[in-house]
Design a protein around this ligand. Sequence first.
Ligand code: SF4
Length: 425
Amino acid sequence: MPHAVIESPDSLKTFFASCEAVSIRQDQDISGPQSRLPLGVYLHIPFCLSKCAYCDAVSYAGRMQLVPEYVRALHQEWLWYAESGIWRAFRPSTFYIGGGTPSSILDALLALLERLSRLLPLASFFERTIEINPGTVRLPQLQQLRTAGINRLSIGIQSFHDDELRLTGRMHSADDAQRCVREARQAGFDNISLDLISALPGSTFERWAENLRQAIALGPEHLSIYTLSLEEGTPFWRQYQDGMLLLPEEELQIRMYCHTIEQLTAAGYEQYEISNFARPGRRSQHNQIYWRNEDYLGIGAGAWSSLHGVRSGNYTDLDRYMAGASRLESEQTSGVAAPLPPTVEQYECLDHSRQIGESIMMNLRLIEGIDLQRFRQRFGVALEKRYARELEKLAPLGLLDMQDGFLRLSPRGLLLADEVCREFI
Ligand code: SF4
């Protein structure tokens, strides 16, 4: 059936209410119609011990005194969606705790998970990931996370060179990273992803190759490898503007990227997204929801949701987010029904064209590309027809491949992914 278009957030609630009721019991999984769409849930923890020089994420250093109130706000927001009937319309699929540095507030987070489990057992989500910073956890904390039901770790290593870690403002050392992976295994985690950043200032081909070698030697199930991007307003961005930051030339960056693909492929990893590699069966299920442009719910400051064509973003400012959540508390007790919670700062209802354009843009990040039949079923239109002109323009440039019912970026197209994707929106 073609994808529906929601015209206002009011109709989102109507959509929830129109779905068949589900039953949630503490001692078992949520039960309800299998026809419900899968939903990824993201929980944002915006606290960090210090701010890294390249980071423009919604994260704050030096505001730990707000943790108790913030965690209460997360609970309120989650409760609002649960009471709005979200689990009638969607079935829990993946759960991802990101940040910020979630592992920097572990005790409060574990207590929150316990409370959230009373609303919906965490085991209802088949993949449950947390991002951790190697400098913030040791074996006992990792064991606590495993016991709490977390079954996947995303470890922010970024580099195995201490000078690069210092330069970027990371709070951990290469030894911390090595130890963290070892202790995660001891704690029983069998699904570990490592994050690395290539093309850091001053990096050379040899230093990057050494980073890769060390990452592979640790045997993670998954690797996310992003090329450094300079985000406006960050210290790195300012240093670059002032001519104080020396970045690897573009040609070297491309060599690093190609070397990454070669080495990881040789080590048994499958490149399944522009920047992501996995052992067979170990792709990030949560991130694939974003790349497939499926539905997700974001809880927390600055978190985004995309629910049945309604895209909404929460306040990024902690005080405003928490003020919204406390209004929510009084509205819930007074029975006021709002279309979206007051933690939301902005929303838009995506029309059919936007949904199609964004799906293409996100799907093309996946190496398998766009399943043309699935696309037709979802949007009620053939991509080849709707974008005949764009395809005609891009095909002779060797940037796209169309075969076996899939449209995908060619190896050359992978290097120019942003430019190719822009043609479709
Ligand atoms: S730890 Fe992560 S979220 Fe926090 S400042 Fe560094 S890069 Fe940003």
